[in-house]
Design a binder for this molecule. Structure first.
Ligand SMILES: [Zn+2]
Length: 86
């Protein structure tokens, strides 16, 4: 599994339930997903707060530190209705 993969809590804009999704925080910052409870389309937007961090593989000899760029996400990421204009 990639370092940037993160299990993120998402709040559904429609039913307000909270569930978790595995997101790639180094990938595309705007995603469309579906709520597992009410099946609403969810727009997730976590762009804007990019942060670089250094990953050092522990227990692996002679490994160069890796620099990754990920998005800093809140504890619970709110979703929005993708059919509404911004
Ligand atoms: Zn929902």
């Amino acid at each position: 599994m990639q370092e940037s993969m993160k299990r993120q809590k998402i709040e559904c804009w429609q039913c307000k339930r909270i569930f978790s999704l595995l997101l790639d925080t180094a990938g595309e910052p705007t995603l469309i997903r579906e709520c597992p409870y009410c099946h609403a389309s969810l727009k997730l937007d976590f762009g804007g707060e990019q942060q670089n961090f250094i990953t050092i593989m522990r227990g692996v000899p002679r490994t160069q530190p890796q620099e990754n760029t990920v998005y800093q996400l809140p504890e619970i990421l709110k979703s929005s209705n993708p059919s509404l204009p911004q």
